[in-house]
Design a protein around this ligand. Structure first.
Ligand SMILES: [Zn+2]
Length: 135
């Protein structure tokens, strides 16, 4: 069990605020109920079948925004777990400047440039790679 961080850097609070704000913007853009997305983000894959067809189609049409929402949720999770700001690919710290511009960034600049061409695939990988953990 990870003990609570003794000296939590205040920059993380700033990132968290920005992520929460961005999440609101994305949710408004998606025009779907937060409940639905919260469920989709947190429940196991099997349970997604319970989400109505209309909601699913709506989410599918907005898959790009939805993908970003997932990135935001992941970033918030990483803030909580203490992994925030670490590149998921090379495990190097992501530059503070980059995090300021993209608080939900998962990769450092060089890894992102490598992955950039497959952004669409990335959204899918986001869904499959993230373990569903009970929090
Ligand atoms: Zn990297």
């Amino acid at each position: 069990m990870r003990k609570s961080t003794p000296t939590a850097p205040s920059t993380n609070d700033i990132h968290r605020q920005r992520l929460l704000q961005k999440r609101q913007e994305v949710l408004c853009g998606l025009g779907v109920k937060f409940d639905t997305l919260a469920r989709m983000g947190r429940v196991a894959e099997d349970d997604q079948a319970q989400i109505s067809h209309d909601e699913f189609v709506s989410l599918h049409l907005n898959s790009l925004d939805y993908g970003q929402l997932r990135l935001i949720e992941e970033a918030l999770d990483r803030l909580t777990s203490g992994d925030y700001g670490i590149c998921l690919c090379c495990e190097e710290p992501i530059a503070a400047k980059r995090l300021a511009a993209l608080p939900w960034a998962r990769y450092c600049v060089s890894c992102q440039e490598r992955e950039g061409a497959q952004m669409d695939r990335n959204w899918d990988e986001t869904r499959t790679r993230v373990p569903v953990a009970v929090r």
